[in-house]
Write a protein that binds this ligand. Sequence first.
Ligand code: UD1
Length: 420
Amino acid sequence: MDQLVIAGGRPLAGSVRISGAKNAALPILCASLLTAQPLTFTNLPDLRDVATLLRLLRSLGVQIEHQGSQATLCAQAVTEPVAAYDLVKTMRASILVLGPLLARFGYARVSLPGGCAIGERPVDLHIKGLQAMGAHIDIEHGDIVARAKRLKGARIFMDTVTVTGTENLMMAAALADGVTVLENAAREPEVVDLALCLIGMGARIKGHGTDVITIEGVSALNGAHYAIMPDRIETGTFLVAAAATGGDVQLIGARPETLDSVLEKLKEANAIIDLSAQQIRIRMRGPNHGVSLRTAPYPAFPTDMQAQFMAMNAVAVGTTVVTETIFENRFMHVQELRRLGANIEVEGNAAIIRGVERLEGARVMATDLRASACLVIAGLIAQGETLIDRIYHLDRGYEKIEQKLSQLGAHISRRSLEDA
Ligand code: UD1
């Protein structure tokens, strides 16, 4: 098991390239199940979650050629539409194979994802949506077993905004008989990226990027070439790391228009942001003022950026409040930040952060993906050495993070436990 060692207290400076988006890559790779023709993807990030999904798709019979940031997938012959527990349990996004498998093969068996570190995260809306499209769904021995000769278009209202739920139903509807209308749909840029890929494959989709998506089913989809969008959460993480260390950083290949709420909050915290085509430069105007925020579905402030801002707020001037409205147990980084000297109190779904003058390096433990990013930022701010355990969480969603941070002047290295 690897650890990260950070000698903190240095401002980040320089430029770094943003990778493809994990949360766009995962659904888009699953879209390959919708057609017998090959699909070629570029700007695919090199991440553990992507590798896990490719393993799952291979186990279903998808042929995959993968080199660097490009992959060609062909689901001409899917041997068995069954996603087994071993793979699904390591990554909840595996549920994204359910809609495409059912729509194309009329049958799917996908293990129920278990609970996970950041809350209950049910999949009831995925299931209800497919049922509304005519699927028969049973839970057998911990598996979702779904059957439908051909899914039928339906009007589906989701009472909670769900990103992967919207994506699963959009993919299923692309091959259904008739028109599906998804109401209260997720508006996240990754949903739009998937819709654009599906449209490239011949799907008829309108309204992506709004909360009503209309999909007119077709009888078959084609192959396509598609470049995955840049990762807005990776972008946001580097921006906060730069701001929190008082640095001056340029991010290349980013999509600033997908980060409005994050950029506004950084300005409020006293950062200067310069935008040019696909580039964002950030530096501080003066002291870090920190910023209060509340997470909510896009275009509001993303839950996936909450933990990183908390690290910055820990050393801000004054008191800030971070309120989490999407997931019920997403403050596990708080106790680790406290080990570094942060003054944070949690009351229900709000964290009250009283800025301290400095954090001090300590040994901490990563508990989930974005909590890990928070600890990396805290380690970069802290005086002395911070050692982060269990960084496999980080490898799920950040490509070469220690190389990229080193490129920006951070003193950060990875060591495997054998060297420790
Ligand atoms: C996706 C992202 C994740 C992000 C999250 C919220 C991917 C692969 N992951 O996760 O990084 O943190 O969106 O922006 O894209 N819910 C239900 N029933 C359901 C489905 C969801 O009640 O059937 C609830 C969840 O418990 C949660 C809320 O809806 O409270 C939002 O979850 P959802 O958008 O589904 O998260 P994911 O798609 O799993």
